[in-house]
Design a protein around this ligand. Structure first.
Ligand SMILES: *Cc1c(COP(=O)(O)O)cnc(C)c1O
Length: 434
């Protein structure tokens, strides 16, 4: 259970902020209890409002891959802030950022900076529709691509956790411009393309799903989508907002070797400040205003503080051996989960790709949303409460990935292991209170 100070803050927050939170998953609806209000964060740890220090596996939902308040990132932000916080005019730092993005994702010959992952996917999909002259967008059930109306069609993550597969306020006519398929089901994708291939502007997909929990692409899935898009003149859009710079420096594109037409980035690319980006080959990107007819703009796009934080984070990630270290750290977390669960006798499946992982409370493998959806939510909730009570702050939903960072040293891993035993025991206790 959360600390009494956070409980008090929540009561106050709830009077002025819906649910007391500015993004629904933060409300802990899936795990019960109250959200922890955060006072500060450093390295692998967050400190709650009552002073309790937790090992953090939320990592602001992905961006904090070098750890919280990394001194070099903080300094880069301070230096940029001292020169003015926003100009609404181009800067050299934005060119450097676009060049660095292209070096990591060579097919992103041109890119646009925006202020969130949501804006990145909206920009990419408007561009895909403008480029192809078609309206239909395809996404996977359980895939999350931000909050645009036509993407909140049976979305996973927050919406699924709250048991609201469709959002109110999305017109049916808008929702009907999106088709939904099961993740990892190439036969279903082939059937859809056979029936409606000429209408499809874009297939947007998380190349490693992260918003139904961590679900790796099955062999042939990404290659199959690439071939279908090519055969039918649709654009393949990789939503690498979560996986970009995480599962490899060059994201899932580098890891799996399938190259999309357009890529969306966010989270890590902003180093903990609001940044997103979308980009692709020049022929497509030249359709974006002011060069082309596809409008997209932002007052704070390419904001100097955000670009400074993002560029410094990317620089830290380019150091020798960083991704090997991430692999080792996340690998340890994954094995600890599996070992302690087996010790205690809890049925669960740990799925991990690089530094993102999920512990599903069910037999595996989990290959799509329907698989994930049938996990034992109550066991997860008890487990989560057990972790929290023992100083580990895990994502408060069974359908989210956890994000170890470079700051998760032996001490942090040791503390995690110590918390796992009582947490799995709580999960095993069935209906009894944790
Ligand atoms: C987080 C996320 C988004 C949305 O990014 P925001 O910055 O929250 O708007 C989009 N796609 C994926 C895959 C994400 O994980």
């Amino acid at each position: 259970m959360a600390d009494p100070v956070s409980e008090q803050l929540l009561r106050r927050a709830e009077r002025r902020i819906p649910g007391g939170v500015n993004s629904p998953v933060r409300a802990f609806a899936a795990v019960g209890g109250h959200p922890v209000f955060i006072e500060e964060a450093r390295g692998a740890y967050v400190t709650g409002a009552d002073g309790t220090v937790y090992v953090d596996y939320v990592g602001s939902w992905g961006p904090m891959i070098v750890g919280h308040a990394h001194p070099e990132v903080v300094e880069a932000i301070q230096t940029a802030a001292a020169k003015g916080t926003s100009y609404g005019a181009p800067t050299e730092a934005e060119i450097l950022m676009a060049e660095e993005i292209q070096q990591a994702y060579p097919h992103m010959e041109m890119s646009r900076l925006v202020s969130s992952g949501t804006e990145a996917t909206m920009g990419a999909l408007r561009l895909a529709r403008g480029f192809t002259g078609r309206d239909l967008v395809v996404k996977c059930d359980g895939g999350y691509h931000g909050g645009a109306d036509y993407l909140l069609v049976k979305a996973g993550s927050g919406a699924a956790t709250l048991g609201e597969p469709n959002s109110a306020g999305v017109p049916a006519s808008v929702a009907s411009t999106t088709a939904i398929l099961p993740y990892n089901d190439l036969a279903a994708a082939e059937a859809l393309f056979a029936a409606r291939g000429r209408e499809i502007a874009a297939f947007i997909v998380e190349p490693v799903a992260g918003n139904m929990g961590c679900v790796p692409p099955k062999e042939g899935w990404l290659e199959g989508l690439r071939a279908l898009c090519d055969a039918h003149g649709a654009l393949l859009v990789f939503d690498e907002v979560m996986t970009g710079f995480r599962v490899a420096y060059g994201g899932a594109t580098e890891r799996y070797g399938v190259v999309p037409d357009l890529t969306c980035l966010g989270k890590i690319v902003g180093g903990g400040l609001p940044v997103g980006a979308y980009g692709g080959r020049e022929e497509v990107m030249r359709k974006v205003a002011p060069l082309g007819p596809v409008y997209q703009a932002g007052t704070l796009s390419g904001n100097p503080l955000a670009v400074a934080a993002g560029r410094k984070t990317l620089e830290l990630l380019r150091a020798e051996g960083v991704y090997e270290r991430l692999e080792a750290i996340a690998g340890s977390v994954g094995s600890m989960l599996a070992e302690v669960a087996a010790e205690v006798g809890v049925v669960c499946t740990v799925q991990r790709v690089g530094a993102m992982l999920t512990c599903f409370f069910k037999e595996g493998p989990v290959e799509c949303w329907d698989d994930a959806d049938s996990c034992d939510r109550a066991a997860f909730a008890r487990w989560h409460q057990g972790l929290l009570a023992h100083g580990v702050y895990w994502p408060p939903s069974p359908f989210e990935a956890a994000f170890p960072s470079l700051a998760h040293d032996d001490e942090a891993l040791h503390k995690t292991r110590a918390a796992l035993k009582p947490a799995f025991e709580a999960a095993a206790r069935g209906g009894a209170s944790a």
